[in-house]
Design a binder for this molecule. Sequence first.
Ligand code: FAD
Length: 463
Amino acid sequence: MPRRYSSAVVLGASMSGLLAVRALSGHFERITVVERDVLPEGDEVRKGVPQAAHAHGLLVSGYRVMDEYFPGMMDKLEALGAPVGDIVGDFLWFQYGRWKLRHDSGLRGITVSRPCLEAAIRGRIKALRNVTFVEGADGVRPTFDAATGRVTGFIVRPRDRSVQETLDADLVVDASGRGSQSPKWLEESGFGRPEEIAVKVNVGYATRIFERRPGDLFNSMGGIVSGTPPAGTRAGGVLAAERNRWVVTLGGIVGDYPPTNEEAWVAFAASLPVSAVRELVTSARPLTDIVSFRFPANQRRLYERMKRFPSGYLVTGDAVCSFNPIYGQGMSVAAIEAKALDDSLATGLDGLWPRFYTQARKIVDIAWAIATGEDLRFPQVEGQRPPGSRLLNRYLERVHAVASEDQTVCKKFFDVLNLLAPPSSLMSPRVAWRVLARAAPNGEGSPWGVMRPGSVPSGPSKP
Ligand SMILES: Cc1cc2nc3c(=O)[nH]c(=O)nc-3n(C[C@H](O)[C@H](O)[C@H](O)COP(=O)(O)OP(=O)(O)OC[C@H]3O[C@@H](n4cnc5c(N)ncnc54)[C@H](O)[C@@H]3O)c2cc1C
């Protein structure tokens, strides 16, 4: 297909920037990616993306977009030892006091370290002939035509030179993350600022990488163990990664930050509601020190509500909305936004931003509702509780309980969690009937569900 537009600039070469470039690559003759860091050859954690040291779950929705955009990439990651499998059948989920029913859900996904996934995508993007990377360069600001309000380019300052240069562009995409300067740039250029909302959560992460041995953690791809709100402020995430490793992240909400001192970190793991994480971290060989991260608040910028917006300018990824990382949504939302960008470009550059935001907003709305809905269960989290939220929360607690025994309810729960179905689908008559008619189960259930030792179809025991 001939490419219809001349040049685009993408600011930021992290997950949302790379995925946006992939979306643009079929539409633009030249795409320039501006990135502050000098990008590593391999899968190192770099300064601009410090969160990459921590467990990054990829939702099935994100997996599907990446698998479609980069054919064969998931197989290559699997060959490096990152397990591909059923995210319900091959994974352990302990939430709301019970194990989710482990069964073949058909929801295929991967567990892989964040730097390895980003490096694989970066490699694919660098191989595209119409893409150039300008690394070690600060994005200074976009330029606009004052008369038409259209983007004309983007000013960059390479770190090794004192002079700035302007890159011409028909489209500029800001994928520079949570600290994006777009609100300031748009205001300075006379377009006004987007309204901003935040839900403070004070989440802390502390992560260590361990050696992964066959048979660890019920031979699964990993597990999530979380406490029950409002008292249970702690969670542990264990994700199998390439090269026989486990990425183990302990997290706490509302200021219950996990420590970085080894003994206290293990004690934090031991305080989780079941012993699986503690057993792993006290038996496996640690490969790194413990590193920490603090995440203050869910943050959303409502660009879709702006009265005036420059044509040829877009904002995507964490720069629009950054979610409490506990729900593992950011990379997948960025992937779905890239698809929205791709679709929106099919009908031209004119009117791109309302078309893009109308689509992107739908997925951001859902992910925001899931993340903040769960966060607002903690009384310490400030924010407007929607009317009926107590009743809804009680219903969702039943969903969690029934999902430990009923495959239909369990599958629907994971469809929603993976942004494949809207939360309202948990209230459909087919699901609601099963949720309400079934007696609430007792006890914590079993990490095996309907799976039996040896029945795991693929997983971490593969080299
Ligand atoms: C602790 C933690 C854990 C997380 N866990 C998960 C998870 O489990 N699953 C998940 O899907 N998501 C997770 N996320 C979210 C995920 O990391 C982000 O959603 C994802 O990286 C997409 O962000 P982004 O590309 O929009 O921005 P970022 O990843 O923040 O990248 C921004 C990029 O822009 C560059 N940049 C910034 N400003 C400039 C400038 N002026 N000039 C040039 N370059 C610039 C930076 O160097 C960087 O490369 C987590 C986040 C945190 C904080």
